[in-house]
Design a protein around this ligand. Structure first.
Ligand code: PXG
Length: 463
């Protein structure tokens, strides 16, 4: 039976999928006309689809496969744990060995004030949990008006009602009448797109001070927390000017707001540091982790809670924390996370990204500045972006925004490369196992895709 299915696999899977599967972030009506791609296996940094195409994955799945594909050690750990104890809950004063062990591993790795962890299965549910904990914290302290959470336009924090409200993407708010009350947004620190003639550091201060303005408008007594991705990922790999985070930190301290660092993409070595909070010197009260925590081998998220916050929500006035998921602290997922972190550590991937592949990617990306479409390249470690613009000197974008990015993404696929586009910004986030040779291969494929894109853009009269 399995054999029969496999024989006509590609067409069969595509048709079956289109009949039943509702895809995330997809125009359901248009999909049948566009078709789906079926990924059937992967090894290292390469994907193989059901039509026998081999693709260099410059996106690590979805910003998550930090240790690369095909790690038998991780599969073995999952297998062993499932045989030993496939599941048990962490409610009712119970735990499992990997659940307990991972907490210690994470507390040792995370910035020093973060020593307590709550587990979920996705970045979205972790951020939802944070919203509840933030309110709970201020309620326990008797400051019951401190409710509003401030985040950024074009930030991404997940897809549940609360996490999509934290996010600042208009298109997401349109699905489900968001944001919910109590969630407001300020400008993002996107110098390339919005900085105009301002020097980056001056612009960074302006973007940070939008937080102060918002707090003064709402009243500090009504403001509970600020959340931000150290580097915005889905929004376009927006690396804030150096002046930004210290000013945000100062403002949060001054007005007594909790600071939440969403490290779902930035964490576990992506930037050449275990967490981008180290690089930007962010001292967060909550830190969201997912994706690279398990390299996507199994779903798991965690939120680290600071000693200061835990003293309150774990204190004698807090009562029961009536919150949790059936799979909070799932033993197989936690065992996989421990093994994944062991690999990152034993193979020196964080240092390699910081000292070797990150700087090398930066150097090679700069070579693209001679390309007529490229307005800027930027990266920190192995997270980066290539901005495609109509006019390099003025940073003027194409109209409508997004078409050129999609053309480029298609040329990437056809050239054997997976690179994501946000607007007309191409995004890079490969496995941390990339060597300099992988960067070279990526550059060759990228230049080819950019040249083909340029030809199309000229043909369409867009340039
Ligand atoms: N926070 C951040 C910073 C994220 O990037 C989430 C939270 C939510 O995580 P879950 O596990 O619930 O998906 C994310 C997820 C994209 C894209 O197109 C990015 C994400 C998810 C889906 C698509 O770049 N990031």
């Amino acid at each position: 039976m399995a054999q029969a299915v496999r024989r006509n696999s590609s067409a069969h899977w595509k048709a079956t999928d289109l009949s039943h599967h509702i895809h995330p972030f997809t125009d359901q009506h248009a999909l049948p006309g566009q078709g789906v791609r079926v990924i059937v296996r992967a090894e290292g940094t390469y994907l193989f689809d059901s039509d026998d195409n081999k693709l260099l994955d410059a996106f690590a799945g979805l910003w998550c496969v930090n240790v690369g594909y095909g790690r038998k050690e991780i599969a073995q750990v999952a297998y062993d744990q499932m045989v030993q104890l496939p599941y048990y809950n962490t409610f009712f004063k119970t735990t499992t060995p990997p659940t307990a062990e991972l907490g210690k591993v994470l507390a040792d790795l995370a910035p020093k004030q973060l020593n307590h962890v709550f587990y979920g299965l996705s970045g979205s549910d972790a951020n939802d949990t944070i919203c509840r904990m933030v309110r709970h914290y201020w309620n326990v302290l008797g400051k019951k008006t401190k409710k509003t959470i401030i985040s950024r336009q074009n930030g991404y924090h997940g897809s549940t009602m609360a996490s999509a409200s934290l996010g600042g993407m208009k298109a997401m708010h349109e699905v489900g009448d968001l944001p919910l009350p109590g969630f407001v947004h300020i400008m993002q620190p996107y110098w390339f797109g919005q900085g105009g003639d301002m020097p980056p550091d001056e612009f960074g201060l302006k973007a940070a001070r939008a937080l102060e303005e918002k707090i003064l408008e709402l009243g500090a007594d009504n403001c509970a927390a600020f959340i931000g991705e150290p580097i915005q990922g889905a929004g376009g790999v927006i690396i804030p000017p150096a002046s930004y985070w210290p000013e945000i930190q100062r403002i949060c301290k001054k007005y007594d707001l909790l600071l939440i660092a969403d490290e779902v993409i930035c964490g576990f070595g992506r930037t050449g540091h275990w967490f981008a909070s180290e690089y930007f010197k962010i001292e967060a009260d909550f830190m969201t982790m997912a994706k690279g925590l398990t390299s996507g081998y199994l779903p798991l998220s965690g939120l680290m809670v600071s000693d200061r916050v835990f003293a309150v929500i774990g204190g004698d006035k807090a009562g029961e924390l009536t919150h949790g998921y059936t799979y909070s602290g799932h033993p197989a997922c936690c065992a996989v996370a421990i093994e994944n972190i062991r690999i990152i550590r034993d193979e020196g991937l964080v240092e390699k990204v910081r000292d070797v592949t990150g700087p090398y990617l930066a150097k090679r990306l700069k070579e693209l500045h001679d390309h007529p479409l490229v307005g800027e390249t930027r990266n920190l470690g192995l997270i980066g972006a290539i901005e495609l613009v109509k006019d390099k000197a003025t940073r003027k974008t194409f109209e409508p925004l997004g078409d050129v990015g999609l053309i480029c993404r298609e040329h990437c696929f056809k050239s054997g490369l997976v690179m994501r586009a946000t607007r007309d910004t191409m995004l890079i986030s490969p496995p941390l196992t990339w060597t300099k040779a992988n960067v070279d291969e990526f550059m060759t494929l990228t230049r080819k895709a950019l040249d083909l894109t340029l030809a199309d853009v000229r043909k369409k009269g867009l340039l």
